[in-house]
Ligand binder design. Sequence first.
Ligand code: DX5
Ligand code: ZN
Length: 221
Amino acid sequence: MKRFLLAPSILSADFARLGEDTAKVLAAGGDVVHFDVMDNHYVPNLTMGPMVLKALRDYGITAPIDVHLMIKPVDSLIPQFAKAGASYITFHPEASEHIDRSLQLIKEHGCKAGLVFNPATPLSYLDYVMDKLDVILLMSVNPGFGGQSFIPGTLDKLREARKRIDESGYDIRLEVDGGVKVDNIAEIAAAGADMFVAGSAIFGQPDYKQVIDAMRNELEK
Ligand code: DX5
Ligand code: ZN
């Protein structure tokens, strides 16, 4: 498996041509499709559901799809996203009544499971569930919108999460989401991240490959 995974967030893609734009970003070198689900309840925005994910699979998208649930309640949509073709499903622990149960539900449906931490959500939610995690996602902006600036305090939190992962001995990805750009990705990797979500930085440019190559160059320095 690749040491670093780049996960373009299709929140910033052209929704009128979502299949085509998703295929284009993967052909340009994206590893994983980051799929942001917002419900206008847990976050003040509304995006896509399982039908859209299934439509991407039917269109021919075979890359892993990383479903980031910004919804409350969490559990009711997990089976639908799994059946629609999700590869990873992550959720915010404060949005779930029973974190352990939600993680188990994701696993039972054959997907990789993860917890997402808002900038002010403590990592103590990890204490009793490390054995059930495939990914830990740290938000480096407040969730709800693309195009926001990276919150610098996330770097210390990444170092803390990296330490917890290494000490646990489990094989867990450390993903970061929000404000990731060519000019900060190296610093974010140095703090311990190995999976990078980027929306506006990629889709905001005409040449996706140029941005993705530039990000990889920064990571390989
Ligand atoms: C925000 C979403 C992000 C968003 C990131 O709530 O979770 O995935 O698309 O967008 P950028 O990369 O533009 O900050
Ligand atoms: Zn996201």
